[in-house]
Design a protein around this ligand. Structure first.
Ligand code: FES
Length: 180
C-alpha cells in the first residue's frame, strides 16, 4: 500500500489485537460528531483528536481504523495527521522535555541545554528513549525570556537552567513517576 512507505508513517504498522478506536469511541463519534458534518471526511480531525487524547499519540493502526470507520482512504488520514504539528505520530515517552529554542534562550545558552539533554538521554531532538521514559523536543518561546534559558519538563517550567543541572532535573522527573 503506497501510504505505508511515507516517512511520517514509519515503514511498518505495528498491529495489536485490541482496536485503538474502541466501541465506545465509535459510538460516541457516530452519534455526536459525524452527524455534524456533511461528509464523513469532516470528522477526521475530531477522530484524530480522540485517539491522541486517549493514547498521547496516534499509532499507524489507529489511522487505519479511522480510515475504515470514516470510509476514507488511509492516505487521506495520514496526510492530514502529518500536516498538523500537534499530532504525535511517534510514541511519546512518559515525560516530555521541551527546550525553548527561541532567540533569548538561544542567546543565553540553549544549544548547551539541548546538548546536555541529548547526552543524558542518548537521543536526538524528536526522539524517545528506548525505555519510553523521555521524549525530547524543541519549541518556541515559553514566555520566560527574562529568565532564559528555559525548559519545560512535563508541566514544570525551569528557568535560568544550566547544562549541569539537566541530569538532576531528569532524575527528579523520572522519580516523580509517569506523567501521562
Ligand atoms: S525565548 Fe525562551 S522563553 Fe522566550
Amino acid at each position: 500500500m503506497p501510504w505505508i512507505s511515507k516517512n511520517s508513517a514509519g515503514n511498518a504498522v505495528e498491529k495489536r489485537a485490541e482496536p485503538y478506536l474502541t466501541p465506545q469511541m465509535r459510538s460516541h463519534l457516530s452519534q455526536h460528531i459525524v452527524p455534524r458534518y456533511e461528509q464523513k471526511m469532516g470528522a477526521l480531525l475530531p477522530c484524530l483528536h480522540e485517539i491522541q487524547h486517549a493514547y498521547g499519540w496516534i499509532p499507524g493502526q489507529a489511522m487505519l481504523e479511522i480510515a475504515e470507520f470514516l470510509a476514507i482512504k488511509p492516505a487521506e488520514v495520514i496526510d492530514t495527521a502529518s500536516f498538523y504539528e500537534e499530532y504525535w505520530l511517534k510514541r511519546k515517552g512518559k515525560h516530555l522535555v521541551s527546550v525553548c529554542r527561541s532567540i533569548a534562550c538561544e542567546f543565553c545558552g540553549q544549544p548547551g541545554i539541548t546538548q546536555a539533554v541529548k547526552d543524558a538521554l542518548g537521543i536526538d531532538v524528536g526522539e524517545t528513549t528506548d525505555d519510553n521514559e523521555f521524549t525530547l523536543i524543541e519549541l518556541e518561546c515559553l514566555g520566560s525570556c527574562g529568565s532564559a534559558p528555559a525548559i519545560l519538563i512535563d508541566e514544570t517550567l525551569h528557568e535560568n537552567v544550566k547544562p549541569e543541572q539537566i541530569a538532576g532535573l531528569l532524575d527528579a522527573a523520572r522519580k516523580a513517576g509517569a506523567h501521562h
